[in-house]
Design a protein around this ligand. Structure first.
Ligand code: SAM
Length: 316
């Protein structure tokens, strides 16, 4: 569906839970508590309506999506919906060893794994959990299961883990895995100081051997990342730069939160409650249409620094 600003909204991110088994210093997400979580059947019903409106790509996320015991059931239901051509997952990877194969069978084709460091002690400091080996086991298992693409997403914070850029990039040297760097957004106290943001341009200066990939992907693969390559690398390096370089005019995404609210823009507070209309097909359709048409022209992250927009306030 084309929104008010002429963007084709075809990508739905579905948060299946707010809960998380990590406690990353910079995230600021409210991942505890027992809020209502949509059932697999309710998610299916909502995604069907979105598919009617032209959504063809869905990503399961959270919180940590692999905390849902019925995550494969959810994936199976979504991948069977007419019109959904691509189903992806974003995870911290801790439970991937167990889930990679069943998720592939349930229709997941692409996995993004969040990994900010290759150092065991630093991983513990950032996430509050000693589980780096589990994440690497999960990555290995995704490769074995034939999931492709596999992407690692890293947030670098100046003075904390920015020295990790090189060892993270080296993963793409030896494995067919894309490594992407996301600029720190103002979601928490740790993300409050713009000086801590390691900007994309800075990384390009640090690694001058990286050259832009010529074909950045088809419109179906439209991504917020800009990709770079090096002759000696198997994977690509991606830069996601929401802070230094707004990509709102290209934004094709909308979010369904685990409590049944739709959030048209990550960087704005407006939400639309679907749970209160879920039993009435016509009202449900109308609410989803309204949500798509309400997607604002651009996010407000640039006003966020010094203004604490916790991820718990603006949604995951
Ligand atoms: N639990 C899943 C995971 O770890 O990938 C999905 C949820 S997590 C909130 C999704 C992504 O958001 C992670 O890659 C995380 O690094 C990123 N993220 C969280 N807070 C952020 C911030 N302040 N700035 C940029 N990215 C952030």
């Amino acid at each position: 569906m084309i929104d008010t600003y002429g963007r084709n909204i075809n990508y739905l991110r579905v948060s299946v839970t707010k809960r998380c088994n990590l406690n990353c210093t910079y995230c600021g997400a409210d991942c505890h508590g027992k809020d209502y979580e949509l059932t697999a059947e309710q998610i299916e019903k909502i995604v069907k309506v979105f598919a009617d409106f032209g959504i063809d790509k869905v990503r399961l996320t959270g919180g940590e999506p692999l905390l849902r015991p019925d995550i494969c059931h959810i994936a199976e239901k979504i991948s069977s919906i007419k019109g959904i051509r691509k189903l992806a997952l974003t995870t911290n990877g801790i439970r991937l060893k167990e889930f990679a194969l069943p998720l592939k069978k349930a229709g997941i084709t692409a996995v993004n794994i969040s990994l900010d460091t290759t150092d065991k002690e630093q991983f513990k400091k950032i996430t509050g959990t000693d589980a780096l080996e589990k994440v690497f086991d999960g990555i290995d298992q995704c490769e074995k299961a034939g999931i492709s693409p596999i992407r690692l997403n890293a947030v670098l914070i100046r003075g904390q883990n920015d020295e990790q850029a090189e060892s993270l990039i080296n993963i793409a040297k030896t494995r067919k895995i894309d490594v992407r760097f996301i600029e720190l957004m103002p979601f928490s106290d740790a993300g409050e100081n713009e000086k801590l943001v390691v900007k994309g341009e800075e990384l390009l200066k640090r690694f001058p051997f990286l050259k832009p990939v010529k074909a950045q992907g088809s419109s179906f693969e439209k991504s917020v990342a800009r990709y770079y390559e090096s002759d000696s690398f198997k994977g690509r390096i991606g830069l996601i730069t929401p802070v230094s370089d707004k990509f709102c005019s290209e934004c094709n995404r909308i979010r369904l939160l685990s409590d049944g609210k739709v959030k048209p823009c990550l960087g704005n507070e407006e939400t639309f409650d679907l749970l209160e209309v879920i039993d009435n097909e016509a009202l449900l359709r109308e609410r989803i249409r309204q949500a798509i048409l309400s997607k604002p022209m651009e996010h407000k992250f640039s006003c966020g620094y010094g203004n604490n927009h916790g991820l718990n306030k603006i949604g995951g």
